[in-house]
Design a protein. Sequence first.
Lengths: 119, 119
Amino acid sequence: MNLSPGQLDILFQALGDPTRRAILERLARGPASVTELAAPFDMALPSFLGHVRRLEAAGLVATAKDGRVRTVTLVPGAFTPVRGWLDEQRALWEGRLDRLDDYVTRLMKERANGSGSED
Amino acid sequence: MNLSPGQLDILFQALGDPTRRAILERLARGPASVTELAAPFDMALPSFLGHVRRLEAAGLVATAKDGRVRTVTLVPGAFTPVRGWLDEQRALWEGRLDRLDDYVTRLMKERANGSGSED
DNA sequence: TCGATACTTAGCTTCTTATCTAAGTATATC
DNA sequence: GATATACTTAGATAAGAAGCTAAGTATCGA
């Protein structure tokens, strides 16, 4: 299950804004209407709605309109690709350390076998 | 150990670009010079350097100039705040599920104790 | 039906980002 | 010392993001 090329871009970019992260933090405690969500922020509603839309485009939240109220909910698994990339990155790094370790180990064994003639 | 308000912004934003993520992936395998790093990308060097600078500003890489060559290396722990935020977010979410679970459990017990008079 | 509520759309301004080309500086190599 | 290499700086441009106000639409509640 590979993700489309730009998906990670959209996700990381969506997370790169304090307002949007705050929205997600709020939503982790349960769904809320747009107005409810917007209340803590000193921002015009259209501006705020832009953030919600961006989160929605990233697949981090889902919204549904019932009557005149739009309810926003967190999409639980949406962080997975981000975590995935981070984990991969860590694996790469640790793989490198392992190889470095191997290398040093081999080097030391060679020294122990001790021709001792190198400078 | 709390991080400055904008640190997460800068980190997430730095990661929200495919070129920059590719640079990090390459660097996980070991340090490289700017020109070396730039080779796979169809991009003018000044543009490319901009990306390296952004990664450096985010603390994700360190650079050092020796002679005319600037060597770029990964900063290992730099992802920690990102992971941290992601983990927190997950904890919040799971905390919510737990409470939901408690709630449902309590509800079912009440039913079992069965006054059965609520609608 | 009328007013209030909850968005929604449209249009504008400003700032930032991602690019580029052209030209400059500092080292290394011959 | 002349040339080549490896950045580096300095603009210029175009696109995108974040914010605003003003005005519109659709419900809800009395």
